[in-house]
Design a protein around this ligand. Structure first.
Ligand code: GDP
Length: 139
């Protein structure tokens, strides 16, 4: 059964470029409730662990380096049909293919520096949320 939560990160490019507020505004406007949120920075080891599923992909090294290059904002979001609706809100991985009105269309720089992460399944939303937040940090 689909759960009503997803996990997101505002990535180092968007934090550096001053887009935290703009992105949170779009998330709120789309009807998501913020269940948990923190600004933090991933070590290369932690970034590697988070993206372990991509370890065989050619861009893995670049991805780990980028995701540990600056601060990120991690959050758990709640809404009916959260995972699917949030993937629609962020748009395609490559901003060149992202639809008008999506977060990546507005804020992403490239396929690698693409402003936001969004979980791709309910199972991963749970795993990824637990990676960053304890039960005491979820509201
Ligand atoms: P997502 O689910 O839309 O985030 O996309 P994927 O799960 O396919 O890839 C995870 C992340 O890896 C993406 O959000 C990008 O930051 C990065 N990524 C994917 N493809 C490429 C690529 O071709 N080059 C680089 N540098 N990064 C990529």
């Amino acid at each position: 059964m689909a759960t009503n939560r997803t996990f997101t990160m505002i990535k180092p490019d968007a934090v550096e470029n001053g887009h935290i507020g703009g992105i949170l505004d779009k998330i709120n406007a789309a009807g998501f409730r913020i269940v948990a949120m923190k600004m933090t920075r991933l070590s290369t080891q932690k970034a590697g662990e988070f993206y372990a599923v991509h370890s065989a992909r050619p861009f893995y090294g670049e991805l780990v380096e980028f995701m540990s290059s600056g601060h990120i904002v991690a959050a758990i979001l709640e809404k009916t049909n959260a995972v699917e609706d949030f993937r629609k809100l962020i748009g395609a991985t490559n901003p060149a293919n992202a639809e008008e009105g999506t977060i990546r269309k507005q804020y992403a720089e490239s396929i690698g520096r693409n402003a936001v992460h969004g979980s791709d399944s309910d199972e991963n939303a749970q795993i990824e949320g637990d990676f960053f937040f304890s039960g005491l940090e979820k509201f």
